[in-house]
Design a protein around this ligand. Structure first.
Ligand code: URA
Length: 407
């Protein structure tokens, strides 16, 4: 026990010093570089396609990776994407993908590269051999209350992303009440720090600050988000989901040299979404990773909830706000998220058919459906879910989804 305490103190002191004093960009880059080199480095040197990835700081209904990886691949990039699990109110791409029957997120580095070579993209989970120093440091940050430090967050995110080997990295830094960074200033500082370290270590970077006061799309959970991602890959899906998919993928293809500018990129990417090419890449990726792609044409093959309970609107009017944080908590309580890394999630639990700000509603009309294993669990959350949606007499001003671009 004494040894453990001494060990923690030895490691915790520099972390506390960083937390209180900060680090210069050079120091942050040096720490990131050392953490990145603590494990395996994936290399795509000599590959015929430019490599690119996107990282999101996480939010409610954020299923963008599921569309962005295949869309960027359809445009000509190679996309190595190593994703994380959800924790607390924030969902994780890995949990979403694992709701696909058979989909294997635990590929070896060799298999990961083989899928990317064959299909154009692969999305897997983090292995223990990728930036292992981050896992240890994060555990220490967690117990010492030093997680919210921009240099430490930067080194943590970037050590894993850089080890993954992509030449281009695009960041979606979420900002708002359900985001890791609640204020615009903090979100901007993180976006700038991530971009700076990426460039210092030889990568091309861009960052967008995007709104996370309200959920993205009309679903939050796991299987329901996969179904919505498929809709978006079919050229349909909610407008906000499509807009951010195109905006972030365009940043990747322009930096990767596939498209000359963002306007041309958006036009070409919209064509690839609407023409089904991105969907085809997604289908092939699922199959290459052991998944059964038949859910793409028949969503009932995804895990189904035992009960779906509608949440009625308390009054008529216009939806003025949907509180992403409150929706995230409802999803958690329905069984769709985890409060500890060891918790099991129910892949079918979540929220679907969620209204969005600006839409007219009449009293009694469903604001969303709560999906759970049994009706009593969902019914107990109806009042809480209803309180997450504000209905007003007048429509709200248009939502600002894309807040800022950090070049
Ligand atoms: N995500 C990470 O990977 N690390 C952090 O420190 C914070 C968010």
């Amino acid at each position: 026990r004494d040894k453990l305490v001494t060990g923690v103190q030895t490691c915790a002191l520099p972390i506390l010093a960083i937390f209180f004093r900060g680090m210069t960009p050079e120091e942050t880059a040096a720490l990131t570089d050392a953490m990145m080199r603590s494990g395996d480095l994936v290399s795509f040197e000599g590959w015929p396609r430019p490599t690119a990835d996107k990282h999101s700081t996480g939010g409610i209904g954020d299923k963008l990776s599921l569309m962005i990886a295949p869309l960027a691949a359809a445009a000509g990039l190679a996309v190595p994407m190593i994703s994380g699990r959800g924790l607390g109110i924030t969902g994780g791409t890995l949990d979403k993908l694992e709701s696909i029957p058979g989909y294997d997120t635990r590929l070896s580095v060799e298999a990961f590269k083989r899928v990317i070579a064959e299909v154009g993209c692969s999305v897997i989970g983090q292995t223990d051999r990728l930036a292992p120093a981050d896992k240890k440091l994060y555990a220490l940050r967690d117990v010492t209350g030093t997680v919210p430090s921009i240099p430490l967050i930067t080194a943590s995110i970037m050590s894993k992303k850089l080890a993954e080997g992509a030449e281009t990295l695009v960041f979606d830094v979420k900002c708002g009440r359900a985001a890791f960074m609640r204020s615009r200033g903090d979100a901007r500082a993180l976006a700038e720090s991530l971009s700076r370290v990426g460039r210092a270590l030889g990568r091309k970077t861009a960052a967008l600050l995007t709104d996370m006061d309200q959920p993205l799309g009309r679903t939050a959970g796991n299987a329901v988000e996969v179904a919505e991602a498929v809709e978006t890959l079919k050229g349909a899906g909610p407008a906000d989901t499509r807009e951010l998919t195109l905006a972030l993928t365009a940043e990747m293809t322009v930096l990767g040299g596939v498209h000359p500018d963002l306007d041309a990129a958006q036009r070409e990417l919209a064509r690839l979404l609407d023409g089904g090419q991105a969907l085809e890449v997604f289908r092939r990726m699922v199959a290459a990773q052991g998944g059964d792609p038949r859910f793409i044409d028949d969503p009932s093959r995804l895990p189904q909830p035992g009960a779906a309970v509608a949440v009625p609107a308390p009054q008529s009017g216009f939806v003025s706000f949907v509180d992403a944080e409150a929706i995230g908590r409802v999803v958690l309580q329905l069984g769709g998220g985890r409060t500890a890394t060891t918790d099991m999630i129910d892949p079918a639990a979540g929220v679907d058919r969620l209204v969005q700000a600006g839409e007219p509603v009449t009293k009694g009309q469903p604001l969303m459906r709560l999906l759970a294993q049994d009706a009593s669990r969902a019914e107990a959350l109806v009042a809480r879910a209803a309180a997450a949606v504000a209905v007003a007499a007048e429509p709200p001003p248009a939502r600002d989804l894309l807040l800022e671009r950090i070049a």
